[in-house]
Write a protein of this length. Structure first.
Length: 215
């Protein structure tokens, strides 16, 4: 086993079968990276930590969640595909790039996973009734908030932006060293407060959680 996955197992307990699926994922990522830009090349050598563990640390926030989980701008499946392999249910991977969706389709088959793949821009996405919206390395926290509000406005049961804000699902975003600055850019009138949790892959990064039940 590569050293990276040995380090992965020190942080995330997984079965042998689940680990095998993650290894298959890693190998597919390397093969497809030669044909297209799925992740940055300089992150590939340490992908077990930079991408797989970084995504897997979110599992604790969604493993007992009922309802749909939407991964905005999933790219190569981070974090949504990893969360699905770990055992999270009802995950929708939203990706506008058709070639990346082809990779996700291959990944789903090779790992016998049950995530859903949606080839769409976020703004064109049909309403998916989310319980959780998750995203990693897509855009600013403010933009993710606006995307989330706009998505809730697509519900036939919601008639105003104010109502959409009140009905927001849980939100879970992985953010880098500029997380404080991004939080300051969220419009105050939204009255949305995120809890912050340390990242196990980077001392400078944070996990941002909006839990509608306690916020």
């Amino acid at each position: 086993m590569r050293e990276g996955f040995s380090r992965f197992k020190k942080h995330i307990h997984v079965s042998h079968e689940t680990l095998e699926k993650l290894v298959i994922y890693f190998e597919l990522l390397n093969v497809w990276q030669e044909k297209m830009n799925l992740v940055s090349n300089n992150s590939l050598e340490n992908a077990e930590i930079r991408h797989f563990l970084d995504s897997a640390q979110l599992y604790v926030f969604c493993k007992n969640l009922n309802g749909n989980i939407i991964d905005f701008g999933t790219g190569a499946g981070f974090p949504g595909a990893v969360l699905s392999i770990l055992g999270a249910s009802n995950i929708f991977l939203v990706e506008s790039n058709k070639k990346k969706c082809n990779f996700l389709t291959k990944l789903k088959k090779e790992t016998n996973s049950n995530f859903n793949i949606v080839n769409s821009r976020i703004e064109n996405l049909e309403f998916l009734n989310p319980s959780l919206i998750v995203s990693r390395a897509l855009t600013s926290t403010k933009n993710l908030m606006l995307f989330s509000i706009d998505h809730m406005l697509k519900s036939k049961k919601i008639n105003s932006k104010k109502e959409a804000i009140k009905k927001l699902p849980n939100l879970l975003f992985l953010k880098g060293k500029n997380f404080k600055e991004e939080l300051n850019y969220i419009p105050k009138n939204l009255k949305i407060k995120f809890q912050t949790f340390p990242s196990i892959t980077s001392a400078e990064s944070r996990i941002l959680l909006y839990n509608k039940n306690i916020s």
